[in-house]
Write a protein that binds this ligand. Sequence first.
Ligand code: F6P
Length: 331
Amino acid sequence: MKNRKIGVLTSGGDAPGMNAAIRAVTRAGINNGFEVYGIRQGYRGLMDGDIYQLNSWDVSGIIQAGGTFLQTARSEEFRTVEGRQRAYEQLKKFGIDSLVVIGGDGSFTGANLLSMETDINVIGIPGTIDNDLYGTDYTIGYDTALNTVIQAIDKIRDTANSHNRVFFVEVMGRDAGFIALHSCVACGAEVAIIPEEQNQLEKARQYLSVRGNKRKSTIILVAEGAKEGDVRSISEQIQSDFPNLDIRLSILGHMQRGGTPSAKDRIVASFMGIAAVQALMDNQKSLMIGWKNEQPVHVPLSKVIKTHKGVSHEEVACAESIGTFIPVIDN
Ligand code: F6P
């Protein structure tokens, strides 16, 4: 077998289920004759040589934990040729010829460059709560985060109902509105303002202008990346347009990234980890393990980073068709 040593790291924002992926890469790697090395704190740890060999016991008891036991980081230095050269030297020092990167599109941009500039076989595993990677139906962490958001919104609904209030709730999603739209559908929130759509703020205005008194509460979800502005400025605009409404805002923040991974996140992450090792055994490189039709697929890293995945108009239309956005309440 050509590839004898695999390095594994997590990079970018942590996501529940990353531990299951590390565990699967480690165990599938060892069971197939590789040595597996854990790299702490993502690309930063890689450049600094914070690398140690993992055995099967090292990854025991981590599958149920949120976060990433290897820790993670966002590295500016790895964006530079010099940074990647430093990383390459560390990999050579440890005799590592294959690297599994668990992360999102920023992490894969670096992974793709490392792969083009060196002889390291790089495989990506999609790990981000945003679910915004091209070439895969699913990214590790999305299901857990969505369930966390849904629980939080249900609680906000209780207090909003009790006070007849309008709540603006900011959820994560810098470039995509998956969390906002899907939690909107799941919680029956009235409007979701997402980066992919232009007219959602106007829809919120229309909705509020016909809301009437029969409605006990209104919840308007705002994705972090909404083009109309941040949740604070949006809620201030609406408050000045509708001075009689009792408006509050809530920013869910990083609690969305934590927590015990769901069954789906543990299982998909495990199968992706196994598929990554299999790809290395087949001498594959520069690809991401995606998830389509409940199975792992191979997608070139170059394609993943070039193409944006967002919520489709069709999906928004579906959400509207069951009344989520429809401004007809009274009469
Ligand atoms: O990992 C994705 C994400 O959670 C985005 O939804 C969010 O915009 C960003 O990370 C926050 O990053 P950080 O934790 O570095 O502030």
